[in-house]
Design a protein. Structure first.
Length: 222
């Protein structure tokens, strides 16, 4: 098991603690937790090695792993995504709505999850619902940081949705509409305007530059 390099995972006790908690760790990752005499727990620093099989069991099995993978993306939990990928989860798997984890994270504006998924090779131009892709979701929902990440990773800004609209035109439409005069709506409109500005100012992408910029931050919590 642990001696099999293909079945090994490398993680940290802190990540396991955040995602699973002490009780599950005691069962599947006892090397990552120490129980003190007073009943409290201590967690070793640095990297630890473990079994991928045990990681899948900690998730509750392969079906539970799949469900939690999409939930982590939607809730903005990059450490959970990292462990799910370490357990062997397909980065481009689709949920019951045909959305990928990248699409779910983009729609909710979880930029650290988006950065992590892209850094692990998530396909930025996959589509669902007859032509909608992650960049369109970012633009339509006013997620400027996600728009920037996707463009930097090579998302197709010229792709058309079923109504013949590009992601940039979706952002422009939302930015130019008549918004109610409330502080919340003004903030939303400002987000759409920033999306438009990013489309206009972002040069041709460099995936190498994207990975260099984001490699040290993709695991940080939102």
């Amino acid at each position: 098991m642990i001696g099999n390099q293909k079945n090994q995972i490398i993680t940290t006790a802190e990540a396991l603690k955040i995602v699973f908690g002490p009780e599950i760790m005691k069962t599947y990752f006892p090397q990552a937790i120490l129980q003190k005499e007073d009943g409290t727990f201590a967690f070793p620093k640095g990297q630890i090695r473990g079994s991928r099989d045990n990681l899948i069991k900690a998730f509750g099995g392969e079906l539970a792993l799949r469900d939690k993978f999409f939930k982590f993306a939607e809730e903005g939990r990059p450490l959970g995504l990292r462990l799910a990928v370490a357990a062997g989860m397909d980065i481009d798997a689709r949920d019951e709505t045909r959305a990928t984890a990248l699409m779910l994270a983009v729609r909710m504006g979880h930029k650290n999850c988006v950065a992590f998924l892209i850094s692990r090779g998530a396909a930025v131009n996959m589509q669902y619902d007859e032509g909608w892709d992650a960049l369109m979701l970012a633009a339509e929902n006013g997620r400027p940081e996600c728009v920037q990440l996707l463009l930097d990773a090579g998302a197709d800004r010229h792709a058309l949705n079923p109504f013949g609209r590009t992601a940039e035109s979706l952002a422009k439409n939302m930015a130019e509409r008549d918004w109610p005069i409330t502080s919340r709506d003004r903030i939303k409109q400002a987000h759409y305007k920033l999306c438009v500005k990013i489309f206009q100012e972002t040069p041709s992408f460099s995936r190498k530059a994207f990975l260099n910029i984001n490699s040290n931050a993709v695991y940080a919590p939102n």
